[in-house]
Design a protein around this ligand. Structure first.
Ligand code: ATP
Ligand code: LTN
Length: 334
């Protein structure tokens, strides 16, 4: 607990262009939970270098992602929005936890298998140990709740296993975190193949709505979205493309799928696509505008970056010192 509130931690990587899936599936939930919890939202740039990055691009994207967190509605004076690489305790705890994690456990991680297939020329130790760094992120802040998409559940499980193992050997050290999967927008699907999730690494740009797409591009992509030949508006698994459009509309407007189906009953797919396009434009335009304004306010953003790195370091150091003492590192002389 911090300030009598439970602690929430989550993070995103600054790799690739963020999609509507990242926004509706993750960021929007973060904003909803922000008042109830003491929140740490990290731009996990140390995770990003498990895949080769262009330094200038990574630096720029990491800053834009931090700005996006703020533009999406997170108050950086309340929620601790910071760069993972500015808090060295993440790397230090990750090293210690590496020594309490087994090769066999890591070998089972599906994201590692997927990513090593995709980057066969660079299967590095960091990519293998990625989930341990993620465990360190979470455990450093004595986190209670971790909002993530379904794809991160396996990493959450291993985090809990590592924490329990450590607590069993050394006594109560870490809070055991729970995952939080949102109901709305938990899995936004590709606009071109509604059986696949919308992903920032999709090669077809028409499959994803990028958060920085302009209004005409957004309208055009929805117009071209793959549906079916049934011709009637319904919310069911058999009409996956339509279901996805309704889910997106629901997540953007707060309406329920049932209300949306009756609103459009008797109308054509074209009209629904148009309405979804407009709802997404209405959602993203103000977001884009706020990002552009914040990008210009260099001293304000720099202040946030500095203060929050200090705040995160303060809480992280408390846990790290405790862990260092438990494993037997000599006390510091002051
Ligand atoms: P990639 O597809 O390139 O692996 P990604 O788009 O899945 O990347 P991540 O950085 O792995 O992006 O995910 C950031 C957050 O967004 C995670 O919590 C993830 O669960 C969520 N997320 C990603 N894609 C979707 C989607 N299509 N629908 C809902 N949530 C999503
Ligand atoms: N692996 C996550 C990003 C991530 C994260 C975290 C999420 C890194 N550390 C800690 C929650 C908590 C991803 O790829 N989405």
């Amino acid at each position: 607990m911090i300030n009598d509130k439970k602690v929430l931690f989550s993070g995103m990587q600054a790799t690739g262009n963020l999609t509507l899936g990242n926004y509706l599936g993750a960021l929007q939930n973060w904003v909803k939970l922000a008042d109830e919890y003491e929140c740490f939202y990290s731009v996990v740039d140390m995770h990003s270098i498990t895949v080769r990055q262009d330094p200038a691009t990574l630096r720029k994207r990491a800053r834009s992602l931090l700005i996006l967190y703020i533009a999406a509605g997170l108050d950086p004076e309340k929620a601790c929005i910071y760069f993972q690489s500015h808090v060295s305790a993440h790397a230090e705890l990750a090293w210690i936890l590496d020594c309490y994690t087994y090769m066999g456990e890591m070998n089972r991680m599906t994201q590692f298998k997927d990513k090593s297939a995709k980057h066969a020329d660079n299967i590095n130790v960091g990519l293998f140990a990625y989930p341990v760094l993620m465990a360190a992120d979470i455990l450093l802040y004595q986190t209670d709740l971790v909002p993530v998409g379904i794809d991160q559940m396996q990493h959450l499980e291993i985090t809990r296993d590592i924490a329990n193992r450590f607590n069993n050997i050394y006594g109560q050290t870490f809070t055991i975190p729970e995952a939080y999967i949102g109901k709305v927008g938990a899995k936004i699907m590709s606009l071109q193949d509604p059986t696949k999730k919308m992903s920032k690494s999709d090669e077809n740009p028409n499959a994803s709505i990028y958060l920085m797409d302009d209004p005409d591009t957004i309208r055009r992509k929805f117009k071209r979205a793959v549906t079916d030949s049934e011709g009637c508006i319904a919310y069911r698994d058999e009409q996956a493309g339509l279901k996805n459009l309704i889910d997106i509309y629901a997540a953007c407007t707060g309406k329920t799928p049932d209300t949306i189906v009756s609103e459009f009953s008797g109308l054509g797919y074209g009209q629904l696509k148009e309405a979804v396009g407009e709802a997404v434009v209405d959602k993203l335009s103000p977001l884009q505008q706020r990002c552009a304004e914040l990008e210009k306010d260099k001293s304000y953003i720099d202040g946030i970056i500095k203060n929050n790195a200090e705040k995160a370091s303060y809480y992280a150091a408390k846990t790290l010192r405790k862990v260092q003492r438990k494993v037997g590192f000599p006390d510091r002389i002051r």
